[in-house]
Design a protein around this ligand. Structure first.
Ligand code: ZN
Length: 270
């Protein structure tokens, strides 16, 4: 017991130091494919960038297994194309740090759980986000298995990044444990036709994008030119949904009753 309580105290101290190290608020978004950052989170990323929050996106795959190929002759060529499209989209959304990792598109469920969570944990310990947003285990409306796996890997990395007994070898490289304060899943109040059935997390936060935010989100999605056949359905769905993005509070460093929020940074300690 003594060991465990001293371990918890060490975790608290490291977390407090981490929060003190940088005063700027930071938001991290974890996604599966280039275009998810715009389609699922674009309005929210822009909203917080405009309010001086440092925003980061970690996209696990370069989307090389996409149905729509944009004229690419190989998976590698499509991956390169989609990395460039992702960079253009992040630029439009004023993302501070956008990174596409190299996990295989369509096969996240086959990846080694321990190693993938270690990778994301290390990245969280470097970025030190106050708030993490990612997809829900439902598959984020589309029921794509990569979306579900991103949710599971990202959720465990969110929790374990703050634990000194998880991946302690990482501390030798100078990073410390980091407790992000809130985790949200993206969600919606509608379902897509002709998809696998999904059970969506109930929404507990509404981010209002405004007219400009909605238009920029659509324009950022259209940076993904290789996915142009998706544009008409995406735009129709997004316009019908209106200038809002919905989230479900999945974890909070402060135990509390869930309340409807309009700001993902409500209650965050700098
Ligand atoms: Zn996706």
């Amino acid at each position: 017991m003594a060991d465990r309580s001293s371990d918890q105290a060490a975790t608290r101290t490291q977390c407090e130091k981490g929060i003190q190290a940088k005063k700027m608020l930071r938001l991290l978004c974890i996604t599966a494919h280039p275009d998810d950052e715009a389609g699922g989170f674009g309005g929210t990323l822009l909203h917080y960038a405009q309010r001086g929050v440092e925003t980061h996106v970690l996209c696990l795959t370069p989307g090389q297994a996409a149905t729509h190929r944009g004229g690419a002759r190989s998976d590698d060529e499509l991956a390169q194309m989609r990395r460039r499209e992702f960079a253009a989209s992040c630029n439009m959304l004023r993302v501070t740090g956008g990174t596409v990792l190299d996990y295989p598109d369509g096969k996240l469920y086959q990846q080694n759980f321990y190693h993938t969570v270690a990778d994301l944990t290390l990245r969280i310990r470097h970025i030190k986000p106050h708030v993490v947003i990612t997809m829900g285990p439902d598959g984020s409306i589309t029921a794509h298995p990569d979306h579900s796996m991103v949710s599971i890997f990202g959720t465990m990395a969110f929790h374990w990044a703050g634990h000194t007994n998880r991946f302690p070898d990482q501390f030798q490289s100078g990073v410390s444990a980091h407790c992000a304060q809130k985790l949200y899943f993206s969600t919606a109040t509608f379902k897509l036709r002709e998809r696998q059935p999904v059970s969506l997390p109930p929404f507990s936060a509404v981010v209002e994008l405004g007219k400009e935010g909605l238009e920029t989100k659509i324009a950022a999605f259209k940076c993904h030119l290789s996915q142009a056949p998706l544009f008409p359905l995406f735009e129709e769905t997004v316009r019908k949904r209106g200038p809002q993005e919905l989230f479900h509070l999945a974890a909070s460093a402060t135990p509390k009753k869930v309340e409807m929020e309009t700001d993902l940074f409500t209650g965050i300690q700098e």
